[in-house]
Design a binder for this molecule. Structure first.
Ligand SMILES: Cc1ncc(C[n+]2csc(CCOP(=O)(O)OP(=O)(O)O)c2C)c(N)n1
Length: 539
């Protein structure tokens, strides 16, 4: 090879290396992007406007918030767009309110998005922040200034170009025809089938009323947990509320529809090895949780529980579960409920029997009521005694029992269902997290009703901490005048103790009237102790 040729090749590859490097740097620094997308330095538009446009395009009706400069542009733009801004007294309430709206309206779940603040304000304000007060002298100073200017221009390059803001499709896994066929065969042969439904079964796309109809057509006894409480209405012949453990031991086929084998089903140990188990869950990890260790699915389907139940009932048209089975379980319910009623009439050593207060509200509450559960023992009792009247009429924090959801859930629920009575059943401990939201209920005209079981104690914890560890440390509260706090925030507060126990019904009715007239109400019921919750999980 000629010596000049060698030099030429070496130079050629060096030049392309340099060119490639420059191109890469221009790409990384956004210089290439700026060649095709201009920066409008005169526009007063800002990133908050784009967020508002996207939310609007997604049909968002409410924003729950607690204001801050880092989100002001979003709030102002959303308000202009006609989205209602509901400002709360604690951010946690804002999040719980959004969660409630998602659950009641069908937006599928939470998403976290973080915006750097310089993406949210208009060019003329952001550009001021990019001016270096004391730039270094010489070449370094020039490089820093150029870098910041370039970053600024890049940030706004093409920012206001039209773009598609419509919602992205959601992928929902579904059972295959083959899986459905196998399930039809199992269920059609079953003598004692049981369906256990968890919150996931209420998620879109299947409307809850269609799921209810499917379950009624199947005639299979159902246990309803989480958001499914109320799915079958108040007095359904196939809704079984008590003795779940015994029913599951006796069942020959169990359908876990969106239910997870976590601590609530003793990690799957509640299921019998003799039963055929059909498990349906959208999420694979949840679907198989603790399987092979404590339980074994006969058929495990990664799919939507609601759609599965509808297809099951369509496939089994004309077939019904033998009547005697739900009837025998229902008889067990009647016995247990009669015992609960009798327990509610027992006198506690001091103050009111908590079960009595719960029975009273259950009997008087409106048929369209939404019940929000926030607490420990008092709320645990409510879950047995109060009967949600229909689908999506019960909101609780779910598996972790996170205290503090009350104010936010109720706020979201009242906005979604302004005509409905919204009840919050609170323990006195959990009330403390969101009592300040009575201010929000007043300002935003969302008159809900709170029933507070005030035992001056974090009872669910105390109940086991004292016998196990011999101390009540950190479990004590006081019989605080929470009703006065509600008054102070512009609501209506009532106190019920043993001395005015006979007024319980009247006060509940008065609170209902207050809510209809636009005032949030709080009934502070001083309660005594019962052994109703002994033996239940308390962590
Ligand atoms: C955010 C949060 N903190 C702590 C707990 C633990 N915890 C579970 S039940 C409970 C007691 C609740 O007391 P209260 O609301 O007064 O209801 P009660 O049990 O007295 O009826 C506590 C502290 C929890 N579940 N969530």
């Amino acid at each position: 090879m000629e010596p000049f040729g060698v030099v030429g090749i070496v130079l050629g590859s060096f030049t392309s290396l340099v060119l490639g490097g420059l191109l890469f740097a221009a790409y990384k620094l956004g210089i290439l992007y700026q060649l095709f997308h201009k920066t409008d330095t005169k526009s007063s538009k800002h990133g908050g406007d784009i967020v508002a446009e996207v939310l609007h395009a997604h049909g968002v009706k409410y924003i729950f918030t607690l204001v801050g400069g880092h989100i002001s542009p979003i709030l102002v733009a959303c308000e202009k767009m006609g989205i209602r801004i509901v400002d709360t007294r604690h951010e946690a309430t804002a999040v719980f309110a959004a969660d409630a709206v998602a659950r009641l309206s069908g937006t599928p779940g939470p998403v976290f998005i973080e915006f750097p603040i310089d993406t949210l304000y208009p060019f003329h304000l952001v550009s001021k922040e990019f001016v270096v007060k004391n730039p270094p002298k010489g070449l370094m100073g020039r490089i820093v200034s150029w870098y910041l200017h370039n970053h600024l221009m890049n940030l706004f390059a093409g920012a206001w170009e039209p773009r598609d803001m419509s919602p992205l499709p959601v992928h929902i896994p579904q059972a295959t025809d083959n899986q459905i066929q196998k399930c039809l065969e199992l269920v059609s042969r079953a003598k004692k089938p049981v369906i256990v439904l968890g919150s996931q079964a209420t998620l879109p796309p299947t409307p809850v009323d269609n799921i209810r109809k499917a379950l009624e057509d199947l005639g299979i006894p159902c246990f309803l947990g989480g958001m499914c409480r109320g799915l079958l209405g108040k007095d359904s012949p196939i809704h079984i509320r008590q003795n779940r453990r015994d029913a599951l031991k006796e069942a020959d086929v169990v359908v876990l529809a969106g239910t997870v084998c976590d601590f609530r089903l003793s990690y799957g140990r509640t299921l019998s090895r003799r039963s055929k188990i059909i498990a349906v869950n959208r999420d694979k990890t949840q679907l198989l949780k603790n399987s092979d260790m404590f339980w074994k699915p006969t058929i495990a389907i990664q799919g939507d529980a609601g759609s599965f139940l509808v297809r099951l009932s369509e496939g089994l048209k004309g077939h019904r579960c033998p009547e005697e089975w739900p009837q025998s379980l229902k008889a067990g319910d009647a016995t247990k409920e009669a015992a609960n009623k009798a327990k509610a009439e027992e006198k506690t050593e001091y103050h009111l029997n908590p079960l009595k207060a719960l029975h009273c509200v259950d009997e008087l509450m409106a048929e369209d009521s939404v019940i929000v559960a926030d607490g420990g023992d008092f709320v645990g009792s409510a879950a047995y005694i109060m009967k949600p009247r229909g689908p999506l009429c019960w909101l609780d924090p779910g598996a972790f029992g996170t205290l503090g959801v009350g104010g936010g859930f109720a706020l979201g629920a009242k906005l979604c269902r302004p005509e409905s009575e919204v009840w919050i059943v609170y323990g006195d401990g959990s009330l403390g997290y969101s009592i300040a939201e009575f201010d929000t209920f007043t300002r935003h005209k969302t008159p809900v009703i709170a029933l507070v079981g005030n035992d001056a104690c974090w009872s669910q914890i105390s109940r086991e901490q004292v016998p196990m560890l011999g101390s009540n440390v950190a479990c004590g509260l006081a019989y605080t005048d929470y009703h006065i706090v509600a008054d102070g925030y512009g609501g209506k507060g009532y106190l019920i103790g043993s001395e005015n126990e006979e007024k319980l019904n009247d006060i509940v009715r008065q609170a209902q009237r207050d809510a209809r007239e636009g005032k949030a109400a709080l009934i502070n019921v001083l309660i005594g102790k019962t052994n109703f919750r002994d033996g239940s999980i308390s962590i």
